[in-house]
Structures are given as structure tokens and as C-alpha cells.
Design a protein around this ligand. Structure first.
Ligand SMILES: Cc1cc2nc3c(=O)[nH]c(=O)nc-3n(C[C@H](O)[C@H](O)[C@H](O)COP(=O)(O)O)c2cc1C
Length: 386
């Protein structure tokens, strides 16, 4: 096997090892995928400021996110059906994050349940909440996350209705997957994936089946999820959710300065500047392009995190320079998981850390917490001009 030196290598391996419909589910954005592409392309427009003859010994990537210590300021994003990229995917990814010392965020739409992940891991993880119409179910989910010792709630605000993703439609991927001969063939060409799936009980939406009213099997789940994402969600809902939860709260999906300002009224601990990895409003700007204006508007009032398009330690560094306190990675860890399971997620984190550390040194800095716009070529915002 060729050596794995960058996230792109993990992506290529995952493409071979994960059934096409599930690989495509991760490697897709909505409609024309212009925002999905922009998330990555805009990082490459940012140039770094090289400094020389600076003592580069004793460097440190350690930081904090919402006051919690992290080995580097990179958390794992909530990713739905991670457990379909590899059997028990959420548990494997959470263990890799624990091993590295960064937060793992479990999606509401995970395969492994909150309880299953808590039982299989030793450190607290973060839980991501989608607001559904069935408020009893949501209250129950919040209580379950509390009981499992989750140390932050990530409330996603940008998915009241689902953006249309053409690849999923073409692949016939529905929730739950209805398996046709084409799907069975796609799975049969990935034997180690199949073996893993045969060896686990975790094959459905673990947080939902058996917990939501009227959802006892896969067929009832299909109609339930189709109707459940709540289009009535408004800012007012944050108050009762925050009260019920009672712990650290992060608002995910902020892409506009006005919404960022609004976020500061609700006592949240952080916001995530995010366009859902280009999976919701196609045509929206990349996360990295709006990060500076959002940091300028609210950075002194609330911790600002970001996600979208991060595939290297250099991308992490650029986001930190532009004022993010921390970042989240989605596909970068998902590709590691599909390629090599827990070891692949750990490898993805190791690759990002090594790239971040080397880049930081070549920029003449020793601590990630010291990075600023001064480390970008053309300080200020001129980096986007070209
Ligand atoms: C396959 C996939 C599933 C996702 N599922 C969720 C989810 O369940 N909840 C959520 O808040 N965000 C979800 N997201 C968005 C991610 O949390 C994150 O915002 C995005 O992946 C960041 O972009 P990146 O993948 O380029 O790093 C998902 C993203 C992907 C790629």
C-alpha cells in the first residue's frame, strides 16, 4: 500500500473501501455543489507570511475550546450515519478523538446511540441536536445526553429543511436505505465493510428507533424522519433548549453577521461559522470567507469556531489566524474512518497536527494561541482580493 501522507490519500482509500452510496453521501454538497467547492477553494487563496531566524523550539498546539482543554483546537464534526462509513463508526471515531485529546461530537442522526458511545468510551463527548417537531423526543434526547455525561450541546440551526443533494437522489439513498440489487452489488464489492456490518448490532438510527413515539422499526423511521425536521424552529426555541440542557451550548450553522450578533443574546458559549459543509444552501459563501467579518462583529462577546473545507493543518492555521478559537472537521475524519477505521481517524488527526505544527513554525510562531492575522501575507482581509 502506498504511504498515507495527506488527507487526500485517506479519501482515495475510503473511495475504494466504502460502498459507493455511502461514500457519495459524504462526498457531496447540495445542488451544483458550488458552496461545497468554495469551502475548499477559498482556503487556497489565503497566503501565509513566512518568517525566518525565529527560535522554533518548544512549540505547542494546545488550546481550549469553550474552556475545555484540547491537544489542538480541532473537534470532530457531527456527521450523520457515520456508522455506515464503517461498522460502529461513531464509537471508533470517538475513541480516536479521545486518544488524540480532541472533542468528538455525536450527531442526532448517528447509527450508534448516545448510550452505546458513552459505554464504549472513557471521556465525555459533545452531542449535536437537531430540533424535531416531537418535543417530547427532543426533551428525552437532551436528558439522555445529560445522563451520558456529554460535556457540550451543539445545536444545529441550519437544517430545518433538507438541502437537495443530487448524488443521494441518483444513488437512491433514502433514510433508511432501501436496498436494491445495485446497492447490494456496491456492498459486495467492499468485503471488509460487509464483514464489519455483519459483526455489529448497530445498523439503524440508534438515537431514534425505540425512543421516538411510533418508531419501532426501519419502515416507521423512514416516514418519521421525513416529517420530523421542524421548519417552525426560531431563535425563541434556543431559550428552552438551553434551560433544559443547563450546560455549555454551541450554536452551529451561523453564516451571517446579523445572525452572529443575534446569537450573542442567548447565553451560548460559542458559535460555529458553518454552511453545513456545503450541504444546505448552495450559493452561500464559503465559511472561511465570512469568518473575518463575523469575528470582527462578535469575537469579543462569544467564542467563534468554524467548519467547512478543512483538509489540512494549513487550513486549520488559516482559520485560527482569522480569529477562530477552534475548528471542526467533517469529511477529513470520515475519510480516515472509511479508509482505516479508528486508526484512520487517528491518522487524519496526526496528519493535521503535523501540518499545523510545521506550518506554524515556518510562520515563526510557537503557540497556536498566538496566531493572528499578522501571520497571513497581506494582513487584514486583502488575502481574499485575488
Ligand atoms: C456526511 C455528512 C453528514 C453530516 N451530518 C450532520 C449532522 O448530522 N448534523 C450536523 O449538525 N451536521 C452534519 N454535517 C455537517 C458537518 O457537521 C460539518 O458542518 C461539515 O461536514 C464541515 O465541512 P467539512 O466536511 O468540509 O469539514 C454533515 C456533514 C457530512 C459531510
Amino acid at each position: 500500500m502506498a504511504p498515507v501522507v495527506e488527507i487526500g490519500d485517506l479519501e482515495r482509500l475510503a473511495r475504494r473501501r466504502v460502498p459507493k452510496m455511502f461514500f457519495d453521501y459524504a462526498d457531496s454538497g447540495s445542488w451544483t455543489e458550488s458552496t461545497y467547492r468554495a469551502n475548499r477553494e477559498d482556503f487556497s487563496k489565503i497566503k501565509l507570511r513566512q518568517r525566518v531566524a525565529v527560535d522554533m523550539t518548544d512549540r505547542s498546539l494546545e488550546s481550549t475550546m469553550i474552556g475545555q482543554k484540547v491537544a489542538m483546537p480541532v473537534a470532530l464534526s457531527p456527521v450523520g450515519i457515520t456508522g455506515m462509513q464503517r461498522a460502529d463508526g461513531e464509537i471508533l471515531a470517538a475513541r480516536a478523538a479521545n486518544e488524540f485529546g480532541v472533542p468528538f461530537t455525536l450527531s442526532t442522526m448517528s447509527v450508534c446511540s448516545i448510550e452505546a458511545v458513552a459505554e464504549a468510551t472513557k471521556k465525555p463527548f459533545w452531542f449535536q441536536l437537531y430540533v424535531m417537531r416531537d418535543r417530547d423526543f427532543i426533551n428525552g434526547l437532551i436528558d439522555r445526553a445529560k445522563a451520558a455525561g456529554c460535556s457540550a450541546l451543539v445545536l444545529t440551526l441550519d437544517l430545518q429543511i433538507l438541502g437537495q443533494r443530487h448524488k443521494d437522489i441518483r444513488n437512491g439513498l433514502s433514510a433508511p436505505p432501501k436496498f436494491t440489487p445495485k446497492h447490494i452489488w456496491q456492498m459486495a464489492t467492499c468485503p471488509s465493510w460487509c464483514l464489519g456490518m455483519l459483526g455489529t448490532k448497530n445498523r439503524t438510527f440508534g438515537n431514534i428507533v425505540g425512543h421516538a413515539k411510533g418508531v419501532d422499526d426501519l419502515s416507521s423511521l423512514h416516514s418519521w424522519t421525513a416529517q420530523q425536521f421542524d421548519p417552525r424552529l426560531t431563535w425563541d426555541d434556543i431559550e428552552w433548549i438551553k434551560k433544559r440542557w443547563g450546560g455549555p451550548l454551541i450554536l452551529k450553522g451561523i453564516l451571517d453577521v446579523e445572525d452572529a450578533k443575534r446569537s450573542t443574546d442567548y447565553g451560548a458559549d460559542a458559535i460555529i461559522v458553518s454552511n453545513h459543509g456545503g450541504r444546505q444552501l448552495d450559493g452561500a459563501p464559503s465559511s472561511i470567507s465570512v469568518l473575518p467579518e463575523i469575528v470582527d462583529a462578535v469575537g469579543d462577546k462569544i467564542e467563534v469556531h468554524m467548519d467547512g473545507g478543512i483538509r489540512s493543518g494549513q487550513d486549520v492555521l488559516k482559520a485560527l489566524c482569522l480569529g477562530a478559537r477552534g475548528v471542526f472537521i467533517g469529511r477529513a475524519f470520515v475519510f480516515g474512518l472509511g479508509a482505516m477505521g479508528q486508526a484512520g481517524v487517528k491518522l487524519a488527526l496526526d496528519i493535521i497536527a503535523r501540518e499545523l505544527d510545521t506550518t506554524m513554525a515556518l510562520c515563526g510562531e510557537k503557540r497556536v494561541t498566538d496566531l493572528s492575522r499578522m501571520n497571513l501575507y497581506h494582513s487584514g482581509q486583502q488575502w481574499m482580493a485575488g
